[in-house]
Design a protein around this ligand. Structure first.
Ligand SMILES: [Zn+2]
Ligand SMILES: [Zn+2]
Length: 343
């Protein structure tokens, strides 16, 4: 945290070592440690942690947290639908869609003096698993900056998945192991593949099954997906989704010879693809790319942009060109690396 404390008194939200804190409402947003009152933007592990006393989140995020941590992940939970406002100690709290994963939300905190929006994680492009991001005008916009460099311009995910399908047609008998986040990315890829006409059963690493069940129960059309256990017969050319960490572990050896594919925004960087030993890298991300970040800071019309987890220098410069004050929050604990966080 490199924010001077002296001008924080008037702010609705202040950065603390535990996370963003609202003194007036006495709550934290996405806190790193157990707190009395937590507002949670979405279910990824670096934002949603178990053990809080009160949790306020969208119904989908609460369901995801219960699936991952058990029903007793918090003493008390309260669901809030997107677009509805609750009043708490003189502060208005409204959740808006963030377009990141199922149930993901931006949180607007508002009083008579100020409106602040915490984006959590977000993206602007179409994702069939969640409601599209909605720009919300505010005084202070707190943005993620995972891919905040001009080199990160993610192509359309349909184009990337067509590359995969083409490769599968060329080598129809090779098993394909696709490494991707178990929460959000995997379900989005399956829905997009279905929309592109791929109708074969898709295999799932055991770590993915529970979250697929959650998405299916929430109405996502995922087609035929099946857990791959020791006894499962793998048909030639089967596509199997697994967490990135499983691409090269013992589990993956039984599928040799397999084509290893990785889906991540980091696949833009060749060295990262090599690190993953992925023969095919798909540039598919659940985070805003550089043009989406620029579009968003422009649309929210905020006087100030606060930047969390990421490479802030380029975005700070872009804000100044846009006549917006910008400051890095450098909050520890939010892992901006899509590949290393176990999701
Ligand atoms: Zn996230
Ligand atoms: Zn994050």
């Amino acid at each position: 945290m490199n924010i001077p404390i002296n001008d924080e008194q008037n702010h609705l939200l202040v950065p603390t070592p535990i996370g963003l804190y609202c003194p007036e409402g006495d709550f934290y947003i996405d806190p790193m440690r157990k707190v009395d009152r937590a507002l949670i933007t979405h279910g990824h592990a670096d934002h949603a942690r178990p053990g809080h006393n009160h949790v306020l989140a969208t119904p989908e995020t609460l369901t995801i947290m219960a699936a991952r941590y058990g029903e007793r992940h918090a003493q008390h939970t309260q669901a809030i639908d997107l677009g509805t406002t609750i009043k708490h100690h003189g502060v208005d709290i409204t959740f808006f869609p963030a377009g990141h994963i199922l149930g993901s939300a931006q949180i607007r905190v508002h009083n008579k003096m100020q409106t602040t929006v915490v984006s959590g994680d977000y993206k602007r492009r179409h994702d069939p698993t969640c409601v599209a991001f909605e720009p919300v005008s505010c005084d202070i916009f707190i943005t993620e900056a995972t891919f905040a460099l001009p080199v990160f311009t993610h192509p359309d995910d349909g184009i990337e998945l067509q590359r995969l399908l083409k490769r599968m047609c060329q080598e129809p008998n090779q098993t394909v192991l696709l490494g991707c986040y178990a929460l959000g990315k995997a379900q989005r890829i399956v829905m997009r593949l279905r929309a592109l006409g791929y109708d074969q059963p898709i295999g799932l690493h055991g770590a993915m099954q529970k979250l697929f069940d959650v998405y299916a129960a929430m109405g996502c059309a995922l087609g035929s997906v099946m857990p791959i256990t020791r006894d499962t017969d793998i048909s030639p050319g089967m596509l199997i989704l697994c967490p990135p960490s499983a691409l090269h572990d013992r589990w993956s050896r039984r599928f040799e010879p397999a084509l290893r594919v990785m889906a991540s925004g980091w696949m833009t960087v060749r060295a990262r693809a090599r690190q993953r030993h992925a023969e095919l890298g798909l540039r598919i991300s659940d985070h805003a790319d550089w043009p989406e970040l620029l579009q968003t800071i422009d649309e929210v019309k905020a006087e100030e942009i606060w930047i969390t987890h990421g490479r802030e220098d380029a975005l700070m410069h872009a804000c100044s060109l846009n006549n917006q004050k910008a400051r890095p929050l450098r909050m520890i604990g939010y892992d901006d690396d899509e590949e290393t966080v176990e999701q």
